[in-house]
Design a protein around this ligand. Structure first.
Ligand code: ATP
Ligand code: MG
Length: 653
């Protein structure tokens, strides 16, 4: 990426200091950066002591065969013991682990002692079904407590899980079952979504008709909705029967630190999803540490809520493993943010007195679109720290989040990380960092990241390039399941000895990092590199624009032409001259070169189930190509809608 690229995101000048009380009581202070810089491995060895090891590791990192890392290799531990049993043994069995809120309004509080009993029963049931250490288990569930129990039960017996997002199609499920060669599938009859039961089990039945899924012996089915479902006797077993009759005692076995914990497929914004493999000791160390540091968790008093789905990595690391390893009390919500009304999330924050909230920019922008008056109806004064993950958060949304959700009081932590990194990598610390809206800012203590140019040289402050991670980290992916070569090619071949994240980034004059979106999304217009994130951010700063997605489409004159898809605030109709006004607005914000050639108002944008915009599909549309893989899209019909609009696109000069 060239340096002339427009540096205008960084012209955002608002700054927010940590509130005095957060700074005064912070779990992690500025001293951590120094300690980690002085002795990085020593720092991680110290963080590993947050966990209970059956055998303490004596070795921190084995990097003798890069990029295949081993962390804490001679240590042994059990992840479920760390997330559950040890809190009970420490006398916190009565602490609520999970406040479950079902979409229809049913709720259930599960203490650590109850969680221990349920996880033990589920582990016993898996054993009875013949699941042995190392066997893979596919989990295809709604957001109900049994999903968490199932993951922990797998971890407890050393059976790596592969969680497949509950709204993926039978096809997507089948390919993931096949790729991981899963032996058992854990599912539910259905879950509640948008006010109605939504079936899951039929998709499992369909997936299991595919030849690649022939090795699945059993399907363990949670009864959630009570709806009628097809049943294959001999293969299908009810959770409440098979798990319910088990002993509530189960002795956890300690596994090697490098024992596989789970496989998780990336969201597929850039191509065919990759089966990312995470292991035990390093992963748990970093998710526990980062949750403690970045959310400043006080397990005795905080109520934490991460709105992600367990089907993606944020759900793994920051609903299940990080918070539970730390003994947190957390909310688990089954449904959508607007069922039965647009204030449902804020009602939940009020009901449980949520203090720490972790969500995604797409959700924040949606709430902005619904209006400030909605959160204003609820008491959100319990909130202490707000987090964001999944996409670059544009400064407008960041400031709105802090103001309308955080009462103009709370720190906002913009956390950059990936399925591959397993845990947060670049983020402010809420009690330390002078926050800059729109920037993830600084690598966390113990993490080494920088921005490099095409030749791999670190760029100067004020310049842009590629985000790379320059040292191994504990929760790094160990490989792509079954495909070491793809692991090497995708992440380790672009820059010698460094991990290439696939994201573009800039360093500002202070050396803070601003994420610019995927490198594949960067546009080349008349010799200038322009990031889609920057143009989107400029569009969204216009009062009429609620959301925007920008792509570069092949253009004979300018190499690529900027093509913007926008959702109008307050909906259609689109007023005369709006397109011209928007183009002028972008030109003013970023310079004439960044002016979109085409602007198309749409009702919806194509998003993955984790809420990310699939720009590659919009690029296919803008270039009149056949659409690429749409299997991880929330709603493939969106693409038909957008395509049908294209010929009459209001555009350009
Ligand atoms: P695939 O790799 O299959 O294309 P994906 O990259 O969307 O899918 P994830 O691992 O869920 O799958 O997402 C990680 C990516 O999300 C990062 O590489 C980055 O592009 C984006 N991202 C996550 N958090 C942030 C953040 N705080 N700021 C900017 N971008 C972010
Ligand atoms: Mg990715």
């Amino acid at each position: 990426m060239s340096n002339e690229s427009l540096a205008n995101l960084m012209t955002e000048t608002r700054r927010f200091a940590p509130p005095a009380e957060v700074a005064a009581g912070a779990n992690v202070t500025a001293a951590a950066y120094e300690a980690a810089a002085e002795d990085r491995l020593g720092y991680w060895a110290e963080q590993a002591r947050r966990l209970s090891w059956e055998r303490e590791p004596t070795e921190t990192l084995d990097w003798s065969n890069p990029p295949f890392a081993k962390w804490f290799a001679d240590g042994k531990l059990n992840v479920a013991y760390n997330c559950v049993d040890r809190h009970v043994e420490a006398g916190n069995g009565d602490r609520v682990a999970i406040h479950f809120e079902g979409e229809p309004g049913d709720s259930r509080a599960i203490t650590y002692a109850e969680l221990q009993r349920e996880v033990s029963q589920a582990a016993n049931a898996l054993g009875e079904l013949g699941v042995a250490t190392g066997d893979r288990v596919a989990i295809y569930m709604p957001m109900i407590p049994e999903a968490v129990v199932a993951m922990l039960a797998c971890a407890r017996i050393g059976a790596p899980h592969s969680v497949v997002f509950g709204a993926f199609s039978a096809d997507a499920l089948a390919t993931r079952i096949e790729d991981a060669d899963a032996r058992v599938v854990i599912t539910a009859d259905g879950g509640y979504r948008r006010g109605a039961p939504s079936a899951l089990k039929p998709a499992v039945d369909e997936a299991l008709t595919r030849p690649g899924a022939a090795n699945v012996r059993n399907v363990l089915v949670v009864r959630r909705t009570g709806q009628d479902i097809p049943w294959t006797s001999g293969r299908d077993v009810w959770w409440h029967e098979a798990v319910g009759r088990q002993s509530e005692e189960h002795t956890p076995e300690a596994f090697d630190a490098e024992h596989p914990l789970f496989i998780l497929y990336t969201s597929g914004t850039t191509g065919k999803p990759k089966g990312i493999l995470h292991t035990t000791g390093g992963y748990l160390t970093q998710v526990a540490y980062t949750h403690h540091a970045v959310f400043d968790l006080k397990p005795e008093t905080d109520v934490y809520w991460c709105t992600a789905d367990i089907g993606w990595v944020t759900g793994h690391s920051y609903i299940v493993y990080g918070p539970l390893a730390n003994g947190a009390t957390e909310v688990l919500y089954e449904g959508t943010p607007n069922t039965p009304h647009n204030g449902r999330w804020w009602e939940i924050v009020e009901k449980y007195g949520v203090t720490l909230l972790y969500t995604a920019p797409t959700a924040i922008r949606t709430c902005m679109k619904w209006g400030d008056d909605i959160p204003a109806r609820f008491d959100l004064s319990s909130l202490r720290i707000l987090g964001s993950v999944g996409e670059p958060i544009n400064p407008e949304a960041w400031v709105w989040y802090r103001k309308h959700i955080g009462g103009d009081r709370t720190p906002v932590v913009d956390t950059w990380w990936q399925t591959e990194t397993g845990a947060m990598m670049i983020s402010p610390l809420p009690g330390v960092t002078l926050a800059k809206p729109g920037s993830a800012q600084t690598p966390l203590p113990g993490i080494s990241a920088t921005v490099v140019d095409d030749d791999g040289n670190e760029v100067a402050n004020g310049s842009g390039g590629y985000l790379t991670l320059t040292e191994p980290w504990p929760s790094m992916l160990r490989t792509i399941w079954g495909d070491d070569q793809r692991f090497l090619d995708t992440y380790w071949s672009r820059f010698e000895g460094r991990y290439f994240a696939g994201d573009g980034a800039k360093k500002d004059e202070d050396g803070d990092i601003w994420l610019l979106g995927r490198v594949d999304d960067v546009m080349l217009v008349s010799g200038h590199n322009i990031s889609t994130t920057e143009v989107e951010s400029a569009l969204v700063s216009h009062p009429r624009i609620a959301e925007a997605a920008v792509v570069g489409a092949t253009d004979p004159q300018t190499t690529q032409a900027i093509c913007a898809f926008v959702i109008l605030r307050g909906g259609a109709p689109q007023e005369e001259g709006l397109v011209e006004e928007l183009r002028a607005h972008v030109s003013k914000e970023l310079g004439p070169i960044a002016k979109p050639k085409r602007i198309l108002a749409v009702e919806e944008l194509p998003k993955t189930r984790s809420g990310k915009i699939m720009r590659r599909l919009l690029r296919d549309v803008a270039e009149n190509r056949e659409l690429g893989d749409v299997t991880t899209l929330t709603d493939p019909a969106v693409m038909d809608l957008i395509q049908s609009k294209l010929p009459s696109a209001p555009s350009e000069d």
